[in-house]
Ligand binder design. Structure first.
Ligand code: ADP
Length: 401
């Protein structure tokens, strides 16, 4: 099962996109519908609201009078908190029930207008944002949905900004054009990314990247932040810290289009206990990998003991965002080296140039081979360089404290 979060500003076209996704086979969970359902006549939710705010929030037929509720519940922060304390758990429980009832191979789409405002993005394996210019949205709301313009403006102003939405958007669907244009984008997204993502996730398959170097992508940092937010949620207190490491974390450096993230844990048992939760969150484990290549430590013959360099590796099931998630034990040499190497490369332009040259050579070595042989050729060039700079990097980090 894959959980997709769908959001966008009022009038951007979420319902339009949701409809297309349902036609393609998605299971839609509409948070507005649920929010109405849990306070329908005869529900414990409506009874709780009447207890809290009085009979004045009821219409003559006994249903909820929304404007009347808004008048009392949005009057101040305390009243608003009281309202949320009643409705949020009910919506949460009902949402969980609906997700639980979806088939194991479902692509579940949660339409959540306030996904950004309520910080729900990390719960989703992928966040899709529908965007359109404010004026376009206002025109559509006024003309097609008969909303009062001043009212629509006020509500748009109270919502998250497009910049805030962009920060959580794994996919941004531009809906400034004709409906057919966005519908076509949705169909392509479904075939190209959502269907294979769900399949990978269910089968525990990691998306792979090839060995081609690409120039530094300014989006890598934001992509890493989104993955880190998901990992924090999946790992909870088991993660001591989570960092963006590797070449994609070094500004300006060319790299394979593969994001490296390090989850620091207290011990390997903790890492092993995270295998299940991470797989559910969309990050299946590579069970064949058990340690990093040990690096020789001058004056320490035990330094190359593989047990000291033990790690666990996970990947991202999303075919369009390959990522390696390294789980390493706090203060183990591999955990320190990942952070130190990144910081050394960030600090030293000569080191960056040297590393780039090595990567280019490694890429050339891998270019005319396929599959595992390409990987072996790539790492046969890169690993000796790591071994060679290991003492320098370690000493640099020690001196710097
Ligand atoms: P949301 O669910 O994000 O509030 P809707 O999907 O309801 O937005 O879209 C708002 C209004 O604009 C609806 O009446 C919808 O039919 C219309 N609409 C959506 N996309 C387009 C488009 N590309 N061109 C013209 N009208 C559109």
């Amino acid at each position: 099962m894959l959980r997709i979060g769908l959001t966008g500003g009022m009038g951007a076209g979420k319902s339009t996109v949701a409809r297309t996704l349902v036609e393609l086979g998605a299971v839609l969970i509409d948070s507005d519908v649920i929010a109405r359902e849990v306070v329908a006549p005869g529900t414990p939710g409506l009874a709780a609201l009447v207890d809290a705010f009085g009979e004045q929030i009821l219409a003559d037929d006994g249903s909820l009078d929304r404007p009347a509720l808004a008048a009392v519940a949005f009057a101040d922060d305390t009243a608003r908190a009281k309202l949320n304390a009643i409705t949020h758990p009910l919506v949460g429980t009902r949402t969980a029930e609906l997700i639980g009832a979806a088939p194991a191979d479902a692509i579940v789409v949660q339409d959540i207008p306030l996904l950004v405002e309520n910080g729900l993005a990390p719960l989703m394996q992928l966040v899709v944002v529908v965007g359109a210019e404010v004026q376009t949205r206002l025109d559509r709301l006024v003309r097609q949905r008969g909303v009062d313009e001043a009212d629509a403006r006020a509500r748009i102003a109270a919502q998250a900004t497009d910049d805030q939405r962009r920060a959580v958007a794994d996919v941004w669907l531009d809906n400034n054009g004709a409906p057919e244009v966005v519908e076509q984008q949705v169909r392509e997204l479904w075939e190209r990314r959502l269907v294979p993502f769900e399949r990978n996730q269910r089968a525990g398959i990691r998306a792979r990247a090839d060995y081609r170097l690409v120039s530094h992508d300014p989006e890598w940092g934001a992509q890493a932040r989104r993955i880190i937010a998901r990992l924090h949620l999946a790992c909870g207190a088991s993660a001591v810290r989570i960092d963006h490491i590797g070449s994609t974390a070094v500004g300006g450096l060319a790299a394979k289009d593969l994001i490296d993230i390090q989850v620091t844990v207290a011990d390997l048992d903790t890492a092993d206990a995270l295998a299940g939760p991470l797989a559910i969150a969309g990050f299946p484990r590579a069970s064949e990998v058990t340690h990093d290549n040990p690096k020789p430590t001058p004056g320490d013959s035990a330094g190359t003991d593989t047990a000291r360099w033990a790690k666990r590796l996970h990947g991202n099931a999303d075919p369009e965002r390959p990522a390696n998630i390294h789980l390493r034990v706090q203060d183990s040499p591999g955990q320190r080296f990942a952070l130190d190497l990144r910081d050394w490369l960030r600090a030293d332009p000569d080191a960056r140039a040297q590393y780039l040259a090595v990567k280019q050579e490694a890429q050339r070595a891998a270019a005319d081979r396929a599959g595992e042989a390409a990987g072996e050729a790539y790492y046969a060039v890169k690993e000796p360089w790591f071994d060679a700079v290991y003492p320098t990097v370690t000493e640099w980090a020690r001196a710097r404290g």
